[in-house]
Design a protein around this ligand. Sequence first.
Ligand SMILES: C[S@@+](CC[C@H](N)C(=O)[O-])C[C@H]1O[C@@H](n2cnc3c(N)ncnc32)[C@H](O)[C@@H]1O
Length: 282
Amino acid sequence: MNYRHAFHAGNPADVMKHAALARVLAYLGRKDAPYRVLDTHAGAGLYDLAGSSAQRTLEAEAGIERLLAAELPAPAAELLSPYLEAVRTLRVDGAQLYPGSPALALALSRSQDRFIFCELHPEERARLEKRLGDDPRAKIIQQDAYQALHAHLPPRERRGLVLVDPPFEEAGEFHRMVEGLEAAYRRFATGIFMLWYPIKDLKAVDSFCRQVAHLRLPKTLRVELDFAQVRSLNTLSGSGLIIVNPPFTLAEELRTMFTAIAPLMARDGKGRVRVSWLTGER
Ligand SMILES: C[S@@+](CC[C@H](N)C(=O)[O-])C[C@H]1O[C@@H](n2cnc3c(N)ncnc32)[C@H](O)[C@@H]1O
């Protein structure tokens, strides 16, 4: 396990995933009833973009920095505002902090909501504990993500989000995600599931999406944002999300946001957005 998210925090893939996460939480927050977030690959929770890891790659420059500096069309700006406000709030006194999924979820939720953050890497887990462990709503666990899908579902609240965001550093991750989704859905069929995947190997991505479609879950959305033409199997050319049981407005919201974001982040200045239903609504 060599992956450290600090090298990638705030990059275009993070922006895509975190913008979608913020919309799902906005939807869940419309009802007073509490919800739970299970974040199976939580990372270190909060990142310093001025720190040596982020500065070594400068990946945030093409991601969150470009988005913060952009003039967005009004509908996209409105949809993105909770996410961008949460980012801006961390930028006080010259700090250049960026919220990972745990910090963002905590910032956008209410006192009644609850969170389980799983992180298997001991040092990353310790960082997460140090940065966000004081929040009484959060439970931080060093546990394998796919075991967590069995251990913590269904949540007591019976409503909420499961975010699965692996580093894809080991072979078989796509397969583990499909199996994990199938098992998790069986335990928590009313939950919203959001699975992130990298677009590098298009054949692997298509095969993964076909396997997800084969699970025949009632409503499954596939959303992709391309930043570059695929040039090699080792280069990230785009970012994808599978969302099961998406809130009814989400597909259009994501299309609006990502259509505004794509040209900012794409290497060719255009980018490409795809929103399609693998199962259910069309
Ligand atoms: C892409 S990062 C997570 C980023 C985070 N979700 C965010 O949006 O800020 C993936 C994390 O998963 C952790 N990880 C890798 N394998 C894991 C496993 N089997 N179970 C739980 N965590 C794992 C890695 O140590 C890494 O911190």
